[in-house]
Design a protein. Structure first.
Length: 90
């Protein structure tokens, strides 16, 4: 099993775009009991990946509770870098 942050990054290489909520839904079965598996911690990890150039913000929208939901994707360079360092798949 991959470390949680690795699994999150690999997830972005398999989808066109995703929000933190999408990542949480996709990884919940395998990683739901991890201490860092919370919306705050996952948001921090995604934002760190963005600042490091692995992910890019694609769009945002408001959810039903009027909170901003930001979507990200791994561009070609980000996907190449992620896949070169993390060989195992999710």
């Amino acid at each position: 099993m991959l470390p949680l942050n690795y699994a999150m990054l690999k997830y972005y290489t398999h989808v066109d775009e995703a929000s933190v909520d999408d990542v949480i839904s996709a990884l919940k079965d395998k990683y739901g009991n991890f201490k860092a598996f919370s919306k705050d911690k996952m948001t921090e990890a995604v934002m760190t990946a963005e600042k490091n150039g692995l992910l890019e913000e694609t769009r945002y929208e408001y959810d039903k509770n009027h909170k901003v939901r930001i979507y990200y994707h791994a561009n070609d360079d980000g996907t190449r870098i992620i896949n070169s360092y993390i060989k195992q798949d999710i």
